[in-house]
Design a protein around this ligand. Structure first.
Ligand code: URA
Length: 451
């Protein structure tokens, strides 16, 4: 952790909050003070919540963003993985609905010879979190101490954990607070959150999946590109190869939303099945990971290798191995019934004939949170079994009474609220959808070939 400088000891949280509230630029010492004191438990949640809201409303300069990222990065240990011969590459998404690509990508890239030390987050706002999905696998431990994290990484080439008391502890606390205080949607806070934990992993390269659309934190493509540039610049400043793909999140990715359901879809993709959009995005991101990881000369070559690893079953074998090494029940791979199952289901059906014109993605994510798949308060636990299965995606023809989605639930009152929200998120048009949004909007970063 950063030492608190002599001058920093004289700071008061209230002054730092007021300064940001009034649009001032915080010094490195002020930011160090706030981050370190909060991580130690010396500043209460309510003061940091006020400061976070001031940042959301006032923004940050590049210097402040760099100071915040550094303070969060050095709030814990920075791993040194130089003893591993393979290049260390990770990927991180800015968050979406039904976005389970990390669970596919870590074992797939590892099977190709890249090391993937992945530190992920929990559900945030309306979006799902990798850790909550992994914990849907009975026994899976996302809280490995660093030494064990290394052992898993050495044994199977990938390991997936959360921020710990040792690695990026500041992000662990701030992330949980932002989740429930309406302070997620700031490019500066997202950049510091993602880059602090990624840079603490001891990686050589990073592939960022920056979402845009109705289910993303940065809804417009311009805002998504701004966030992407901020993160790429931060990573490059630290000597890492970073590329950011701006990808679509205007409807959920794949068909399953909810922690255990998403694990089912991960296994499908690793079997060479699963929905086309999810498969395509996984292959694209894997292609970049293999390219930056030095095992593929070109991204296209990385994509071909990834497809072969899926076809041969090697990606799925690696997933099974990782699950077992992290204490999870590997039988979930062959028998989805070993995953938590909701007690009840109900359906959302189409009110008319036509074509699915849009699906308000944030509302779908919120419906899953309401079912219990995410948190409404910091101390809430998630229900791994609940979620939503989409039977129609944007552009599909629908007829009146046809099932649009199945809701998996455990509590009646929650299901009724979720159903209402879900029904309101569908827009059915009379005519076919003319223009479909691209899955990959653009690529940003010096390490990218297509910018
Ligand atoms: N993912 C993170 O890790 N942090 C954020 O702030 C948003 C998405």
């Amino acid at each position: 952790m950063n030492p608190t400088s002599a001058s920093a000891q004289t700071f008061r949280a209230i002054d730092v909050i007021r300064k940001k509230r009034d649009g001032g630029e915080l010094s490195r010492d002020e930011i160090d003070y706030l981050v370190n004191s909060y991580t130690r438990g010396d500043i209460p949640d309510y003061q940091v919540s006020a400061w976070l809201m001031a940042v959301v409303l006032r923004g940050m300069t590049r210097a402040e963003t760099a100071s915040l990222t550094d303070a969060m990065l050095h709030s814990g240990e920075v791993l040194n993985l130089s003893s591993l011969a393979a290049r260390k590459v990770d990927k991180h998404s800015t968050g979406g609905v039904g976005d389970k690509t990390s669970l596919v990508l870590a074992p797939l890239a590892a099977a190709a010879g890249v090391a993937v030390p992945m530190i992920s987050g929990r559900g945030l706002g309306h979006t799902g979190g990798t850790l909550d999905k992994l914990e849907a696998i009975p026994g899976f431990n996302v809280n490995l101490p660093v030494a064990q994290f290394r052992r898993v990484l050495e044994a199977c080439g990938c390991a997936m954990i959360g921020q710990t008391a040792e690695i990026a502890p500041a992000d662990r606390k701030l992330y949980a607070l932002r989740d429930v205080t309406g302070t997620v949607e700031s490019p500066y806070l997202i950049c510091a959150s993602i880059m602090s934990k990624k840079l603490a992993e001891g990686i050589d390269a990073l592939v960022l999946d920056v979402k845009t659309g109705s289910g993303a934190f940065m809804k417009g493509e311009k805002d998504a590109a701004f966030l992407a540039e901020l993160m790429v610049e931060t990573g490059e400043r630290m000597g890492k190869k970073v590329v950011a793909l701006i990808t679509d999140m205007d409807q959920p990715l794949g068909r399953m939303i909810g922690n255990a359901l998403e694990v089912v879809e991960v296994v499908e993709v690793l079997r060479g099945e699963g929905p086309e959009d999810l498969r395509q995005l996984c292959i694209e991101l894997a292609g970049w990971m293999l390219h930056l990881g030095g095992v593929a000369d070109e991204v296209e070559d990385g994509k071909t290798q990834s497809e072969k690893l899926i076809a041969s079953g090697k990606g799925l074998d690696r997933f099974r191995q990782m699950v077992e090494l992290q204490g999870g029940d590997p039988r979930v791979v062959d028998d989805a019934k070993k995953l938590p199952q909701a007690r009840h289901t109900t359906i959302v059906s189409s009110p008319k004939n036509g074509y699915l014109a849009s699906l308000q993605c944030e509302q779908v994510g919120t419906a899953c949170v309401i079912l219990g798949g995410g948190r409404e308060r910091k101390e809430d636990s998630v229900d791994p079994a609940v979620g939503i299965v989409l039977h129609k995606k944007v552009g599909d023809a629908v007829s009146v009474g046809e099932t649009l989605a199945t809701i998996h639930y455990n509590a009646e009152t929650r299901a009724a609220r979720a159903q209402q929200l879900l029904e309101a998120s569908y827009q059915i048009a009379d005519l076919p959808v003319r223009e479909k949004r691209p899955l990959i909007h653009r690529v940003i970063g010096k390490s990218g070939e297509k910018n």
